[in-house]
Design a protein around this ligand. Structure first.
Ligand SMILES: [Zn+2]
Length: 286
């Protein structure tokens, strides 16, 4: 199988829904090793513990910073997470995570972090803009707001997470974001039922072939289903390699110019059974 780089990967626990779901750094590495993923851009899980507020967010950001420090060849850059309700305390934690821990921006999940991709994110985006950083924004509803952010904050690089989970989102991103060069995309959770009016080939031809990337959305999703779709897509090998890892290499090098991918398989620090790694209900990992 061709190499894969995962630009949408969560480490930590989502506790705000039942059953809880999550993964440690080591389990993440074991899943990557098991499925041909050579590197990832990690961020905390949304919906993580919040009993202590921003103190919890700080701890979650530290997990990502530590993973990047310990495995720089596999986690070359990482993202913090933001909770809109933390307001200025959250903005300061983001600034700290970027300045002190070397994280390059943040991930944000509208449903789980209490915001609507509107002006409430501006204070966080200003911090990332100052650092010429990266934001992973999960698609929820229209991408028009993300296109507006991309225009307002041209020094930020955006990734729209799971841009093609359904046909409406897929078409919406093509309509609003295709011309915006600081927006990149991942194909996490793309269902294999898509017909040619919105399959991967359609996305390549209508959105942004040089900014389209693989994403796993670990620990929620059996991403091997997306890999199988890409492998069988009616695209040439060069295009498949671009989506599976080469576009991601270019993205990562924007933030870490000297980084080169390690193409050999990961040697995971812990051993897990196949059942522990891939037990799922349909496409949903348990
Ligand atoms: Zn996600």
């Amino acid at each position: 199988m061709r190499p894969y780089i995962d630009v949408h990967c969560h480490i930590g626990m989502t506790v705000s829904r039942a059953p809880v779901v999550g993964q440690s750094t080591d389990k993440c590495l074991a899943r990557m090793a098991s499925a041909g993923v050579i590197s990832a851009i990690p961020c905390p899980t949304a919906g993580g513990p919040q009993a202590q507020g921003v103190v919890d967010t700080h701890a979650q950001n530290k997990v990502i910073a530590n993973a990047c420090k310990k495995y720089p060849e596999r986690f070359p850059i990482g993202l913090a997470i933001v909770e809109v309700r933390h307001e200025q305390a959250g903005v300061e934690e983001l600034d700290r995570a970027m300045s002190e821990d070397g994280l390059v921006g943040f991930a944000c999940h509208p449903g789980l972090s209490g915001h609507s991709l509107g002006g409430e994110l501006h204070a966080f985006l200003e911090i990332v803009a100052t650092h010429n950083g990266l934001c992973l924004l999960h698609q929820a509803g229209s991408t028009q707001n993300i296109a507006a952010y991309a225009q307002k904050f041209p020094t930020i690089t955006f990734i729209i997470g799971h841009v093609s989970m359904n046909k409406a989102g897929h078409m919406d991103a093509i309509a609003h974001c295709a011309k915006q060069e600081n927006i990149w995309y991942d194909i996490a959770q793309k269902p294999d039922s898509a017909d040619e009016s919105w399959n991967i080939k359609h996305l390549v031809e209508n959105l942004a072939p040089h900014r389209l990337m693989f994403g796993s959305d670990l620990p929620y999703y059996d991403f091997r289903l997306v890999q199988a779709q890409l492998e069988s897509a009616n695209l040439d090998n060069e295009t498949k390699d671009a989506i599976s890892y080469q576009n991601a290499v270019r993205l990562i090098q924007q933030f870490k110019p000297d980084w080169q991918p390690t193409l050999t398989k990961i040697n995971p620090p812990q051993q897990y059974t196949e059942e522990e790694l891939w037990n799922a209900n349909g496409a949903r990992l348990l």
